[in-house]
Design a protein around this ligand. Structure first.
Ligand code: SPQ
Length: 441
């Protein structure tokens, strides 16, 4: 997991991004490929797996649960599935590091296994809300405990069985939806989850790919418990959430022209493209194809003259992880950008509204946080030193800001970039970002 040393990014101002690059594999799909491959009957071969700390935490958890997993080697992973009832009790707590997806999806997947289990995480994960998953799991008959504050560690006790649930999600969250669908695999009857707005649907798509029937009617996804998963091969596309830093970087830096290859453009994830286009970005979607049930394309991005917008609320869940990068685009755009309906940003790896507002302010940008969003006046960006608060997406967003800054930007506490984007410094450097990293004790 992340080291205690302070990893600092030094990014020199100016320059542009040019060339062709493929960012690492999709984090959300990587997690799910390990989970479903482990429960399947037969051997699952994965390519394009994200070798980042978050998805590796999921992989290690399933090894601890007795699953034989080879790799990753160059993004290739082979899983000998143990079937729906083949997991074994681990010898100690499952450590999920910084990964909210691992903890919330595993809470559901493990609730009906008949095992005594403890799920732990790092200090950031241990401060994120877990009642959003433990409350509905309890309503299904699970015995899952949190701390008094509703946070991890989560302790799961064995139960005889779970019952299906008909649940309306109080927030648009793919993690709650996926948690309950995975618990529903082990429940009697039907589990129905209705979402207030569309969220990423990788769990539903991948369950179908493993031969498990999932119905979708309007905003409701449902499945019947008691079925089985059949192993299959999975080719994981590049992560649009990692591509987002380059979509923004190339858009804001004059003279840029890049091609991002093999990017997943699932409609439940494409908000960043829609929002940037509304701001005037020049993004071409090329060579669109279907890879194992997920839409994929190459994205060509050239610099453009961006203008501020009021971000449509319906785009918020479709771009939820891309807002740190989008705030940097807003800081470089002409006029005002207003985000509302995004209170969920306050309970991510950091409070992404406050941390971005503070960092932008220290770079001379007029950014005003609101309870559910932010108002940013575009203008110039000064050099300076900002904190990422151990949040990978904040660190990478501020690295891109240097492309338009008047002086050097130093970013503290960047080791968590390895949770989602190992090799960021090298890859970003290879297309023109003047970035170096340095470890400080
Ligand atoms: O896994 P984690 O730590 O929650 O990661 C984040 C991220 O920025 O990488 C959120 F901080 O992504 C979540 C995302 O925000 C990944 C995810 C998923 O794979 O299902 C769903 C989203 O979370 P939520 O809470 O909106 O369901």
């Amino acid at each position: 997991m992340s080291s205690a040393k302070n990893l600092i990014f030094h990014v020199r101002p100016g320059g542009c991004l040019t060339g062709t690059l493929r960012v690492p594999g999709d984090k959300s799909i990587s997690h799910r490929s390990i989970m479903l491959g482990s429960l399947a009957e037969g051997t699952t071969q994965i390519t394009g797996f994200l070798e980042g700390e978050d998805s590796l935490a999921t992989l290690q958890a399933f090894r601890a649960l007795g699953v034989e997993i080879a790799g990753p080697v160059d993004g290739k992973v082979t899983i000998q599935g143990v079937g729906m009832h083949g997991l074994k009790a681990p010898s100690g707590p499952l450590d999920l590091g910084n990964s909210g997806t691992s903890m919330r999806l595993l809470a559901g997947l493990l609730a009906g296994q008949g095992l005594e289990l403890t799920l732990v995480g790092d200090s950031s994960l241990s401060s994120r809300p877990m009642r959003r998953v433990t409350d509905p799991l309890r309503a299904m008959g699970a015995r899952v405990e949190t701390t008094e504050q509703g946070t991890a560690p989560l302790v799961i006790h064995p139960v005889d069985h779970l019952n299906g649930i008909d649940y309306a999600l109080p927030v648009a969250s793919a993690q709650i939806k996926s948690c309950l669908l995975l618990a529903g695999l082990y429940a009697k009857g039907t589990t129905r989850v209705t979402e207030p707005a569309p969220t990423r649907d990788h769990t539903e798509r991948m369950l179908s790919g493993f031969g498990y029937p999932v119905q979708r009617v309007g905003a409701t996804a449902s499945l019947n418990g008691g079925g089985k998963l059949t192993a299959c091969d999975i080719d994981i596309p590049a992560d649009i959430s990692s591509a987002a830093f380059f979509l923004v970087g190339a858009s804001i830096a004059p003279g840029s022209d890049i091609l991002l290859e093999h990017v997943g453009i699932n409609p439940t994830r494409e908000g960043v493209i829609n929002i940037l286009r509304l701001m005037g970005a020049d993004i071409e979607v090329l060579n669109q194809r279907d890879v194992g049930g997920e839409p994929v394309a190459d994205l060509r991005v050239r610099s453009a003259d961006l203008h501020g917008i009021r971000i449509p609320v319906d785009q918020v869940p479709l771009a939820i992880d891309e807002f740190p990068a989008l705030f940097v685009a807003a800081a470089c755009a002409r006029g005002e950008t207003v985000l509302t309906g995004a209170e969920e940003l306050r309970v991510k790896e950091s409070d992404r509204i406050q941390v971005m507002a503070d960092g932008l302010a220290s770079l001379g940008v007029d950014a005003t946080p609101t309870p559910d969003g932010i108002v940013i006046q575009g203008g110039s960006i000064q050099g300076g030193r900002v904190g990422s608060h151990g949040d990978h997406r904040i660190a990478m967003a501020f690295a891109m800001a240097a492309l338009r800054a008047e002086g050097k930007i130093l970013i503290d506490d960047c080791s968590n970039v390895n949770t989602s984007f190992p090799g960021f410094v090298r890859l970003a450097g290879s297309v023109g970002l003047a970035i170096d990293s340095e470890e400080e004790n």
